[in-house]
Ligand binder design. Structure first.
Ligand SMILES: Nc1ncnc2c1ncn2[C@@H]1O[C@H](COP(=O)(O)OP(=O)(O)OP(=O)(O)O)[C@@H](O)[C@H]1O
Ligand SMILES: [Mg+2]
Length: 455
């Protein structure tokens, strides 16, 4: 085998504000480590978030709401994303920002409703009758086409092999189409559902695993048992997936048709009536034990952007029978609730909603933690910091804001590179500081030169 000058295909990844956050960084007892998984300090909030994750996994928290409250830049959004990392891919996590509800085309409550349903998962377990095995033979038989001159496929013969034996199947031409779509060839392990005829390719049989040195193929063992058998198939979907898939109902309304419709993209309005239908069907499947509800997380950042109408709706949605866990974040102190005439309330949330929240507080960072966060960010943005450079950035982080300090890293890195330095020093930080102002200095300039600006 020879690998000739293979250029790396890893993408130059865009660095977003929270790329360094990989989880909550807790140990087995749920205690937060000082610095782990990209998160630094904020121990209480992280431990509380860890408990929330546990409760969500135990399904003990549905219909509850948690508020992350703290000053700007204290890591609320970062902790919420860490929660989503901890939950893994099986539990739905739907992030949104409060201001998303304002659209001229869609009603505010409609946006909220959609996101609520994105956060409720359904795990569907179905026992299906299938033919499963390694493909030993795949022969289409052609015959005369009654219309036109071209030959048409009359039937297909497929031999499937398992550890127990081989079975030859004669299949309908429509199944041949799905076999082609899945790119099945001899030596693959597949299963064919006997009542729908849909074909799934599971991978290549591991007998062939040494065929090539390097390839992008998944190998699966030769299936055990009979070729014709009952198999449990598990699928994770959200209620919103089901809504979208059924926005234009077509044929049968059992769960198979429902899932089949999901793969076809289309855009039609989802009506209240449709949602009720879906809910009814879901209820039925839950009663029959085919499906299981998986309440996920709806994360609404910048919650203070919502207005009274939305808050009322939120309240109602939380009371409903199937509801996800709602995590909110706000950086406001006591301020006016939007959409009221001047009602003041803590965090900008109405009192009745506040009363049913669990509140997790985030605190401002001390100097040491600020330095650690800046160091982590610098590493991820590929900037090499001189000790004095880190010192200068930390000073800015403490005296101005963490976010401002973090945002200066990349421009300062460019400046140091242009000046031919190999590490980022205090000069670059100072230059950038004069070029890009933070909110506070900008506000000071405005007041100092107030008569130079238009009123
Ligand atoms: N404990 C932490 N460990 C590591 N990075 C952090 C931590 N806290 C915050 N950060 C990083 O600092 C930046 C600001 O934090 P974040 O956006 O989470 O603040 P916030 O509390 O959501 O602020 P706002 O109220 O303005 O939305 C982000 O890049 C975030 O990833
Ligand atoms: Mg935030």
């Amino acid at each position: 085998m020879k690998i000739e000058d293979v250029t790396s295909t890893t993408k130059a990844q865009r660095v977003a504000a929270h790329t360094h956050v990989k989880g909550l960084g807790l140990d087995e007892d749920g205690k937060a480590k000082q610095s782990a998984a990209g998160l630094v300090g904020q121990l209480n909030a992280r431990e509380a978030a860890g408990l929330v994750v546990d409760l969500i996994k135990m399904k003990k928290l549905a219909g509850r709401a948690v508020l992350l409250a703290g000053p700007p830049g204290s890591g609320k959004t970062a902790i919420a994303l860490a929660i989503s990392h901890e939950l893994g891919t099986k539990v739905p996590f739907c992030p949104m920002v409060g201001s998303e509800v304002y659209s001229s085309e869609v009603k505010k409550t409609e946006v909220l409703m959609e996101n609520f349903r994105r956060a409720i998962g359904l795990r569907i377990k179905e026992v299906k009758e299938v033919y499963e095995g390694e493909v030993m033979e795949l022969t289409p038989f052609e015959g005369d086409n009654p219309v036109g001159y071209a030959k048409a496929i009359q039937h297909v013969e497929v031999s499937l092999k398992t550890a127990k034996g081989v079975k030859k199947l004669k299949l309908d031409p429509t199944i041949y189409e799905s076999i082609q779509k899945e790119r099945v060839s001899v030596g693959d392990v597949i299963y064919i559902e006997s009542n729908t005829g849909s074909v799934r390719r599971m991978g290549r049989c591991d007998v062939y695993a040494t065929e090539f040195d390097l390839e992008a193929e998944e190998y699966v063992p030769l299936p055990k048992g009979d070729v014709h058998k009952k198999k449990e198939v598990v699928q994770d979907v959200t209620l919103h997936d089901l809504d979208v898939a059924n926005a234009r109902p077509q044929g049968g309304n059992d769960i198979v048709a429902m899932l089949g419709a999901m793969t076809k993209p289309k855009k039609t309005e989802i009506t209240e009536k449709l949602r009720r239908e879906i809910d009814k069907m879901v209820d039925r499947y839950i009663d029959q034990g085919i499906a299981e509800l998986v309440p996920g997380v709806l994360f609404i950042d910048e919650i203070q952007m919502l207005d009274l109408e939305c808050f009322t709706y939120l309240h109602r949605a939380l009371e409903s029978q199937i509801s996800p866990i709602v995590v909110l974040a706000s950086n406001r102190g006591t301020c006016e609730v939007r959409g009221t005439d001047g009602i003041q309330s803590p965090h900008g949330l109405p009192m009745d909603l506040l009363n049913r929240l669990l509140i997790i507080r985030t605190d401002p960072y001390n100097r040491e933690e600020t330095a650690q966060i800046i160091q982590i960010r610098a590493d991820i943005e590929g900037a090499k910091l001189e000790e004095a450079g880190l010192e200068a950035l930390t000073e800015i982080g403490v005296s101005s804001s963490l976010r401002y300090a973090v945002q200066l890293i990349t421009p300062a890195k460019l400046h140091s590179r242009v000046s031919g330095l190999d590490a980022l020093g205090p000069e670059s930080v100072d230059t950038m500081r004069t070029l890009f102002l933070d909110a506070r200095s900008s506000a000071r300039i405005l007041t100092e030169h107030s008569n130079a600006y238009m009123k």
